[in-house]
Design a protein around this ligand. Structure first.
Ligand code: 3PG
Ligand code: MG
Length: 414
């Protein structure tokens, strides 16, 4: 985000919202199981913004997408259970739910909101104009409020109407979570306390190649884990047996290795591996040296020597940026490496020795499995947006906020 002026983003810190209709774009895209919210982390993370606006006397209107419904309505993608959960978490006054997000009925209904009231609108993606960044749809949304607040960093990589077009139509501000995410990531990537290590894991190198390319130019140590590491190892002549790897990416990976060398970034790869014949719970497994992976076996986790070596190197770092597991951590016993690392990073952070920033669904799940989340300096709510940021790309919604030229909010119409 180097050439973006992030300081031009307006925050809600000193914003007068008394009596105003504040349209808040949150990312309430949470898992729904049996008609109920199965994980409310994202809802909880947006509460500070909601509470601040409520306390300031705003009429708070929350909007979000949920899932990828492509225009069709269904109970699985309705925000109704989310509205219910918001009400429980706010613990004060009912939360109104509207079964659409635009239109005369919604406009009329919102007129009865009082200061401090909260409303939740139905899924934005029930309208095609959302994902096509349609200006007419954005105008319909903008008609619902006096002020726009974007608190959906985890949707900021989408050029969609509720995060991009709308920011040019009304006074646009970043919410507290949006600012926390931007500040944490800027600090870790653009101006980290050094030495700084990034750990990038996951199954496929192809999905994170731009992340590796970018991090190789600005990190001191780049640890590659998961199936991705197999492709890097293979590029260095290691036979990875039956493991997942991507031969089509060998040349690209070699370029990453070369650019890391040029930039003085140490690429940290495993020296031993946990191998098995299949990825199945409780299956037989073995540990072998990285240069002795049996041709009929697959790598499913980093071996104990690698994990110890990594923990030691981590102890020499001041900052850690982490996205993606070291192995198939969701299937026992192949989570040992990832979970040991999560514990160690949590411990070092707790002791004030490490600034730790993590993002992405799998990584957060691993942190939660060992209870390390509260110890981390910052845990992002974002998956895709976190990766785009790590790849050095500008996020459309952040650009929109920083370039929004809309006039300051007018005095509220009662
Ligand atoms: C996410 O869960 O990463 C965000 O809510 C974005 O969702 P999307 O990938 O469907 O745009
Ligand atoms: Mg624009």
């Amino acid at each position: 985000m180097a050439d973006l002026d992030l300081s031009s983003i307006k925050t809600i810190d000193n914003l007068d919202v008394e009596g105003k209709r504040v349209l808040v774009r949150a990312d309430l895209n949470v898992p729904i199981e049996d008609g109920e919210v199965a994980d409310d982390t994202r809802i909880k993370r947006v509460l500070p913004t909601i509470s601040k606006l409520k306390q300031g006397g705003a009429k708070v209107i929350l909007m979000s997408h949920l899932g990828r419904p492509k225009g069709e309505r269904s109970p699985e993608t309705s925000l109704r259970p989310v509205a219910q959960r918001v009400e429980e978490l706010l613990n004060g006054g009912p939360v109104r739910f509207f079964d659409d997000c635009v239109g005369p009925e919604v406009e009329d209904g919102l007129k009865s909101l009082n200061k401090g009231d909260v409303a939740v609108l139905e899924n934005l993606r029930y309208h095609q104009g959302e994902t096509t960044n349609d200006i007419e749809f954005a105008k319909q949304l903008a008609a619902l409020g006096d002020i726009y607040v974007d608190d959906a960093f985890s949707s900021a990589h989408r050029s969609h109407a509720s995060v991009e077009a709308i920011a040019h139509l009304m006074p646009a501000y970043a919410g507290k979570l949006m600012m926390a995410e931007i500040n944490a990531l800027t600090k870790a990537l653009a101006d980290p306390k050094r030495p700084v290590m990034a750990i990038v894991g996951g199954a496929k190198v192809s999905t994170k190649i731009d992340v590796l390319k970018n991090l190789a130019t600005c990190m001191d140590v780049l640890v590659v884990g998961g199936g991705m590491a197999n492709t890097l190892l293979n590029a260095q002549g290691v036979n990875v047996g039956n493991s997942l790897y991507e031969p089509d990416f060998l040349e690209t990976v070699k370029e990453v290795l070369a650019s890391a060398k040029k930039a003085g970034c140490e690429i940290f790869l495993p020296v031993d591996e946990v191998v098995a014949n299949e990825l199945a719970p409780g299956t037989d497994w073995d540990v072998c040296d990285v240069n002795a992976i049996p041709s009929d076996m697959m790598v499913l986790d980093q071996g104990p020597k690698s994990v110890e070596r990594l923990k030691k190197r981590l102890g020499e770092m001041s900052t850690l940026l982490w996205n993606g597991p070291l192995g198939a951590f969701e299937v026992s016993p192949f989570g040992k490496g990832t979970l040991a690392l999560a514990e160690e990073a949590g411990r070092l952070s707790q002791e004030g020795k490490l600034i730790s920033i993590a993002g992405g669904g799998d990584t957060v799940r691993a942190l939660n499995m060992v209870g390390a989340t509260p110890s981390f300096t910052y845990v992002s709510t974002a998956g895709g947006a976190f990766l785009e940021w790590l790849a050095g790309r500008q996020l459309p919604a952040v650009v929109a906020l920083s370039t929004s030229q809309t006039a300051p909010a007018q005095t509220a119409v009662a």
